[in-house]
Design a protein around this ligand. Structure first.
Ligand code: PGA
Length: 247
């Protein structure tokens, strides 16, 4: 199945993407087989590789399936890696690339991320490219500088026209229960939009990620220039994730 072109071009509906990280099990996934969303938002579930096949048979059709990473190489002697073309064979429509956990713990650079983005696109998979500043960078008032550098290094050289999603995830907000205030989110998303506009003339959804949950989702999703949410911890509980998908 090819990536759904309408998913990222419908500006009025929101995109809610789950990032299960290295969590979940077949048992948990089974709970999501009866998942209902009334709001008309696009729902993407980015799952561990091992759950992708089961997700294809279990999840309702309206949920698009995503992975959380792909190799920066096409194929070959790279033990343990999974390529974008392999993901494609598993019906994956989206892949998260450049998540801060991968940038920090697995030393991925902007150029690594860019190679992954290119391979995802080559294989018809829409990349969800994560960018965001650390707490230290925020304190030094370098947020925009960092975001610009990440956009230039990992996104700007993509050949147009393509589909992609950007996720703004302040590193200090991930898994901490902290979020930027509403004005900060608006200002930053506007900045990202302007920066992307220097390189691309088509609509690129910008998701917010970092401690988004069923309590704050309504407020964050109504912020101008926020096209949806990338949800970690709160996506592991069906009841909470359903509420977020109905924001
Ligand atoms: P969180 O994670 O919602 O648990 O903060 C978000 C993410 O890392 O994508």
């Amino acid at each position: 199945m090819s990536a759904d072109p309408n998913s990222t071009t419908r500006i009025n509906s929101k995109i809610i993407a789950a990032n299960w990280k290295m969590n979940g099990s077949e048992e948990l996934l089974k709970e999501f087989s009866e998942f209902e969303v009334t709001k008309g938002n696009d729902v993407i579930m980015c799952l561990p590789f091992t759950l992708l096949d089961l997700a294809n048979t279990l999840l309702p059709n309206f949920i698009k399936i995503g992975a959380q990473n792909c190799s920066e190489e096409d194929k070959g002697a790279f033990t343990g890696e999974v390529s974008a073309s392999m993901l494609r064979e598993r019906n994956v429509s989206y892949v998260i690339v450049g998540h801060s956990e991968r940038r920090t713990l697995f030393r991925e650079t902007d150029s690594t991320v860019f190679r992954k983005v290119q391979l995802a696109l080559k294989n018809g998979i829409i990349p969800i490219v994560c960018i965001g500043e650390t707490l230290l960078e925020k304190k030094k008032k370098k947020t925009f500088e960092v975001l610009d550098r990440q956009i230039e290094g990992s996104i700007s050289k993509i050949e147009t026209p393509v589909q992609l999603i950007v996720a703004y995830e302040p590193v200090w907000a991930i898994g901490t229960g902290l979020t930027p205030n509403i004005n900060e989110i608006e200002e930053t998303h506007f900045h990202i939009k302007q920066k992307l506009g220097e390189f691309f003339d088509f609509y690129i959804p910008i998701l917010y990620g970092g401690s988004a949950n069923s309590e704050n989702c309504d407020e964050i999703i109504s912020v101008p220039h926020v096209s949806g949410l990338l949800v970690g911890g709160a996506s592991l509980e069906k009841r909470h994730f359903a509420k977020i998908c109905n924001c």
